[in-house]
Design a protein around this ligand. Sequence first.
Ligand code: UDP
Length: 253
Amino acid sequence: MRRRRIYEGKAKVLFEGPQPGTLVQYFKDDATAFNNKKRGTITGKGVLNNRISEHLMLRLAEIGIPTHFVRRLNMREQLVREVEIIQIEVVIRNIAAGSIAKRLGLEEGIQLPRPIVEYYLKNDDLGDPMVTEEHITAFNWANTQDLDDMLQLALRINDFLLGLFLGVGLKLVDFKLEFGRLWEDDEMRIVLADEISPDTCRLWDVKTNERMDKDRFRQDLGGVEEAYQEVARRLGVLPENGLAEVTRPKLVQ
Ligand code: UDP
């Protein structure tokens, strides 16, 4: 039986789930950067991001962060609650890198005075422009309560993940979160959605500052697959049979 495809993004596909109010989130190996101008595949990325995001969502749920994650189904799929995605990307930064370094003329790698939260409108045609709380509330992309919830959750998530990654020798430089609205008995809650993975985080090795994330793909640094595997290995979530499922030769019929 073919499942109904609800949405296809750059790195994931969403299918109708087995029960009402659920979706199946399928992780692809496809990678894009610079607003789709650079495209490629990272072999095994989908399998690794599925595991890494599962692990991080479960650890966050344990400290009381509401998330859309239900359970992992198989190598590339997880069951999630269906939410209405808020069309704002929330970026949290601890160390200057990427666009903030460029825009403000900051040296890459300097510690920011405190975690800085930024908002970007999810709009590919416009190249995800940065927006302020004023824009967000004036255009009703989210209200002040939603924004406050997202900000408080983002800061708690940052505090927790900083420690979690430091424990495995990685600096959490910056990352992107997406939130969704979940209705239960006429009550709306803001929950963490999408994924948290080396696609959406900058992770640098504590000792060497080696990039262990999608910047290896963006900047053609090589060793992309190895970096994703190393993050999974350090978190203790590398699949037991390695990546045999994705790398073994296909049976010719
Ligand atoms: N990020 C993301 N999706 C986006 C834009 C950014 O996951 O569409 C992540 C990115 O991986 C990094 C952080 O958000 O960890 C901050 O990205 P930045 O604004 O520096 O933009 P970039 O340099 O990645 O274009």
